[in-house]
Design a binder for this molecule. Structure first.
Ligand code: IMP
Length: 446
């Protein structure tokens, strides 16, 4: 083989055949519905981050599915659903969700694969999180699903266990006999006089070996599976869990989740190179919500009779995983412009527009002031964000008009169309989808 000099010696890059659906706020933007709809145009649906802390609700007519760990694509047995190496897996939850789907008549078999490199959540992770989160100061307001402690162990390497390890009995026993006593000592220190659980390495090992056997039919090297798929021209849909403002590096640290919830997580979390993702759909709720602690500049803290409570009730804004009431606020363009740029969003989906029928006047946050000075860019630290004073513009609402039956944009009231136009103008990105209800039929494509 001869190598010629010059650019022509480089082969052309393959066409990007992957799409990512990503939330541009603090999660709960109703991404599950879009993954369900877009899944039909793809061969694989892949989760690359997070664990059972996500809450995806998918509504098909009078059927409702709630998933926290499995990709939304699993509802369609003809698609290959993949839990990538970047996800952290609590095996009992995985098996529970599979069973729930089977009980609902959804076929789950070889269509669902789980990376042998995904990290495993153990009961000591749940206990570690419980002790840290119940200590008052330093609490993040997590979902309590063991996510942070498991990622800590993954990155720390000393105490991490991967799904593939559950299939190697002797190696797992040896490893847990090292890890569990260490964890017991740590739990004792964290408890600091409070009551805490301790664990027996052999008991945990027996339990997890049994779980591993149940997982075995799903466990594969998903990195190779996806790379082979790409080589065969297959199309992959990436389903980001949480939202970009909860990204470990780019979100409102430390009030974030422990993974890369922006599309930056695709490459490390699945093995698929970033340049294979040609389309990024940024998902934005028509207002803002956040669960857990942390700065939220546009929060409506106006009490039990205020607009925040009205939107929360109308939008049923209670956490899918924990049932906690979500904090509610106005749409924040400064934050969304930042996350759209960071995520590389090409287009936008506006979700839950119907919920805003419950208010007569709307506000959009178009700028920030910190200590009396106008700030153009979203500050990366919680300290500055806490001091932000949002600058709002007001818009007439379409109070009382039910928009849930709209089939096309022109069916929406003028005020709703003006609200959408303004968002599009402020973000500088085209709105391609408007969702006006939970059912997949209640979706306007533009
Ligand atoms: P963790 O992911 O359980 O560690 O929680 C860290 C923060 O992320 C907390 O504020 C959680 O409420 C939030 N969080 C985690 N997953 C989701 C989600 O899927 N939607 C919204 N917030 C989430």
């Amino acid at each position: 083989m001869s190598v010629r000099a010059g650019a022509s010696a480089l082969p052309a890059r393959p066409e990007p055949t992957c799409t990512c659906v990503v939330g541009l706020q603090w999660g709960d933007e109703a991404k599950g519905k879009l993954v369900d709809i877009l899944g039909d145009q793809h061969d694989f649906v892949v989760r690359y981050n997070g664990g059972a802390n996500a809450g995806h609700t998918i509504v098909w007519g009078d059927r409702k599915f709630k998933l926290s760990l499995l990709p939304a694509g699993v509802l369609k047995p003809h698609l290959k659903s993949v839990i990538g190496n970047g996800v952290v897996v609590y095996p009992p939850r995985f098996l529970e969700e599979v069973e729930q789907l089977r009980a609902a008549g959804i076929e789950v078999g070889s269509n669902l694969t789980l990376s042998d490199r995904a990290h495993v959540i153990f009961p000591h992770h749940l206990e570690e999180e419980r002790l840290s989160e119940s200590g008052g100061e330093g609490a993040i307001g997590t979902t309590g699903r063991g996510i942070g402690p498991c990622y800590q162990d993954k990155v720390g390497r000393v105490c991490g266990v991967r799904v593939g390890d559950l299939l190697r009995p002797e190696a797992l026993r040896e490893r847990l006999r090292f890890i569990v006593p260490r964890k017991n000592r740590l739990l004792g220190a964290l408890a600091d006089g409070r009551e805490s659980r301790t664990f027996d390495a052999d008991q945990v090992c027996d339990e997890y070996l049994a779980l591993g056997e149940k997982l075995r039919p799903h466990v594969v090297d998903t990195t190779h599976l996806l790379l082979r798929g790409l080589g065969d021209g297959k199309r992959i849909l990436f389903e980001a869990a949480q939202g970009t403002l909860l990204d470990i590096d780019h979100g409102t640290y430390p009030y974030v989740t422990s993974s890369s919830s922006s599309p930056a997580g695709i490459w490390p979390g699945s093995g698929v190179p970033a340049h294979r993702v040609g389309r990024i759909l940024g998902v934005v709720k028509a207002y803002s919500t956040r669960v857990g602690r942390g700065p939220f500049p546009t929060e409506l803290s106006d009490g039990p009779d205020g607009l925040g409570e009205r939107i929360r009730k109308t939008g049923r804004e209670y956490g899918t995983v924990t049932g906690r009431p979500r904090r509610v606020g106005w749409l924040d363009i400064v934050a969304t412009r930042y996350t759209a740029a960071l995520a590389g969003a090409d287009e936008i989906a506006i979700m839950l527009l119907d919920v805003l029928s419950c208010v007569n006047e709307l506000s959009i946050c178009t700028g920030y002031e910190i200590d009396g000075r106008r700030v153009a860019e979203f500050p990366a630290d919680a300290y500055s964000l806490d001091r932000v004073k949002p600058v709002y513009e007001s818009h007439a609402g379409w109070g009382g008009v039910d928009v849930t039956g709209a089939q096309k944009l022109s069916d929406l009231p003028d005020a709703a169309r003006r609200y959408l136009d303004r968002i599009q103008q402020l973000l500088g990105l085209p709105i391609r989808v408007v969702s006006i209800g939970p059912d997949r039929e209640q979706t306007i494509f533009i």
